[in-house]
Every structure is written in C-alpha cells, then in structure tokens.
Design a protein around this ligand. Structure first.
Ligand SMILES: *Cc1c(COP(=O)(O)O)cnc(C)c1O
Ligand code: SF4
Length: 344
C-alpha cells in the first residue's frame, strides 16, 4: 500500500533550515517560499546537487541575486485581466479557473513565484460568483483548472467542481494544468482515477496538461502514475515544458523528453519560453538560442511530437508562437530578439 499523498505532502521540506539539514548544504535565507515533497527530495539527493532536479527544485543563492532589480513580478500580465470570481477570462472561448494557490513543489523558476505567497483576492472569491459569470458567458467552452496545482484539491472538491461545471451546458471541454503526477506521483490515487474516468463521459474532452521539463523527472513512480492515467481511454494527456537554461536548453534533452513522454501516452503541447520573473532570471534563455534549439527538433521528431514554442508576451498580450521572427510583432507591439524592449 503506498502512502496517501496528503501524508507525503505533510512531510515536505518547507524551510531553508530543513533543506540545509537534509542536503548538508549551507544556503542563505531566501525571500521565496520553499516546498519539496519527500520523494522528490530523496531523488534530488540521489541525483546530486548539480543535477537537473536540483537546479529546478532546490533553492539557490542565485535567486537572491536575480531578485534584486531585474525581472517582473507578474511576468505574463495576468493581473491586468478581468477576474470574475475565481476565473481569469483572457481568451474568448476558454477561461482559467483558479481554485487553489498550493503546489506540491515550488519550482524555482515559477512564473508565479512572487504571487503564490500573496494570498490574492481571486483565491478567496466565491464559487457562486464564478458560476454566475459562466452562466452569463455562453462563449466560454473550456474551463482550465490552474492555480497553484489544482490536483492539490481533495478528490471530493474536484468531483464537486466537475459536477457543477457539467451542469453548465456550454462547457464542452475541461482541462487541468498540473505537475502533480510528476512532483507528487502518489496523488494519482484510485479515487482521482475514478473521477477522471467518470467525467470523460460528461464532457467532449477532458485533458490533463502535465508540466514536465526533463526525462530525469520520470522515475518508476512517475511512470506508473502516468500509465494509470493513460489507461483512462478518453482522457487526453498533453504536456507543458518550460525551456530552462542549464536544465533543458539542448535539442537532445528535449528530443529524449518528448520521446519518453510519448511512450507514456503524453502528447507534447507547449514549449514555453521562460518568463522574465524576478528571482528566476538565471533560467533565462535568449530567444535566438531557443529558436535554434526548436528548429533542430523539426528534423529529429515527427510533427505530432513537437510542441508549440510560445512566449507569454508581458503585459497580458497572451501566448504567442515565437519560432518565426516575424511573429514577434504582435498587436502593435514590437519586441527585440533579446526580449528586452517592448515599444509601442
Ligand atoms: C494559457 C492560458 C490559457 C490556455 O490557453 P491554450 O492556448 O488554450 O492552452 C487560457 N487562459 C489564460 C489566461 C492562459 O494564460
Ligand atoms: S507547478 Fe507550476 S505553479 Fe506550481 S510552483 Fe511549479 S511552475 Fe509554479
């Protein structure tokens, strides 16, 4: 019997003292939250302090240096968008639903790293308001559970929300953006699998957008969780990968990742250019470098195994493909190749 995920989560490393004690490190106090679940902490230790797991999830002094002045607090401009109840409605036919700020792990490059700890109004908003907004907006066809990590909600909460959404006839698609199957694999428990299976029959498409950046994140437990999800016939498994300096900014690493997740039934969906987030600037990749990496994927992978390479344009202009230089011009804004300047 594997441990319940709530028990694992409670044993997470939460402070710099706990991290230093567990890893034998001597890291300074950081202005950002820390959270590493025990199974991941163990794997980081096994793989070493300069492994790609450590780089992504172990706090580092570089965060302090890069938190001084560069980088944006709200790099994708979510804050400019109309929040309705717990929704962010930026694109016409789909809305983000934010029911929690909690994640099982705090990724050091997280684009919300300056927000997650500030308990934003949106997370306190009530569900009645969310429902009434949805009922008044027939154009919304998809609800995307985000956060935080929506799989940090209990099964009964998830079931409740899906139940409520299934009563709104124009909602055809449901998606969860989550890292939990990778960061806390025992979260994929029997109860959750049952709920997902059941609701694949209530919506045209039920998807999981799984956040994964490197094949090293896949151990036996992760593999087994993903295979259980793959066994749900009508569930669509997609991936989201963030391009990160010194983690996966290399065509071979990405190629292996996309092949490895394909074996587990996960289809590459987005490759995100890293956001310029304060405290995460050491993960930045230059756009011309990103384009070169992306271009080389085309000769080594079939088209259906290649994600879309996108950048969330600051100030709330949304995700836009950045492979072709001409696509950098967007809605009257022009961005230079180093993603530095935005001019009107
Ligand atoms: C990313 C995002 C979505 C989802 O966009 P897709 O292109 O459908 O994956 C929806 N709303 C907001 C605010 C987003 O940032
Ligand atoms: S899982 Fe996503 S939202 Fe959560 S800490 Fe990582 S990047 Fe941020």
């Amino acid at each position: 019997m594997t441990e319940a995920w709530q028990e694992s989560f409670k044993k997470s490393l939460k402070s710099i003292e706990q991290v230093n004690q567990f890893f034998g490190t001597n890291l300074p106090e950081l202005p950002y939250e820390i959270l590493i679940p025990p199974s991941l902490a163990k794997r980081i230790k096994e793989n070493g302090l300069d492994s790609v797991l450590a780089k992504q999830f172990l706090p580092s002094a570089e965060e302090v240096m890069s938190s001084q002045e560069i980088g944006l607090k709200d790099p994708i401009g979510d804050q400019n968008f109309a929040k309705q109840g717990q929704l962010i409605h930026r694109y016409k036919n789909r809305a983000l639903f934010l029911p929690t700020t909690i994640c099982p792990v705090i990724c050091r490059y997280c684009f919300r790293k300056n927000e997650l700890s500030e308990k934003d109004e949106i997370f306190k908003a009530n569900f009645e308001k969310t429902k009434s907004y949805l009922n008044n907006h027939q154009e919304i066809e998809e609800i995307i559970f985000s956060g935080g990590d929506p799989l940090m909600l209990s099964n009964s909460k998830i079931e409740f929300f899906l139940e409520e959404f299934s009563k709104i006839p124009h909602l055809r698609y449901i998606r969860f953006h989550t890292k939990a199957p990778v960061s806390l694999p025992n979260r994929v428990d029997q109860g959750l699998l049952k709920i997902l299976e059941r609701f694949t029959h209530h919506f045209e498409t039920l998807s999981l957008g799984i956040h994964i950046n490197h094949s090293e994140e896949i151990d036996e437990q992760v593999e087994s969780s993903l295979l259980k999800l793959r066994d749900i016939q009508r569930l669509q498994l997609l991936s989201q990968t963030v391009l990160l300096k010194n983690v996966n900014d290399c065509p071979h690493i990405l190629e292996n990742l996309f092949k490895d997740i394909n074996k587990l039934g996960v289809r590459p969906y987005y490759l995100h250019h890293p956001d310029k987030v304060r405290g995460g600037m050491h993960f930045q990749v230059d756009i011309p470098v990103g384009r070169k990496i992306f271009a080389s994927l085309r000769s080594n992978l079939p088209g259906w195994m290649i994600p879309q390479y996108v950048l969330d344009i600051p100030q709330g202009h949304g995700k836009t493909p950045i492979y072709n230089p001409e696509q950098i011009e967007f809605k009257g804004f022009l961005m230079d190749l180093n993603q530095d300047m935005i001019k009107l």
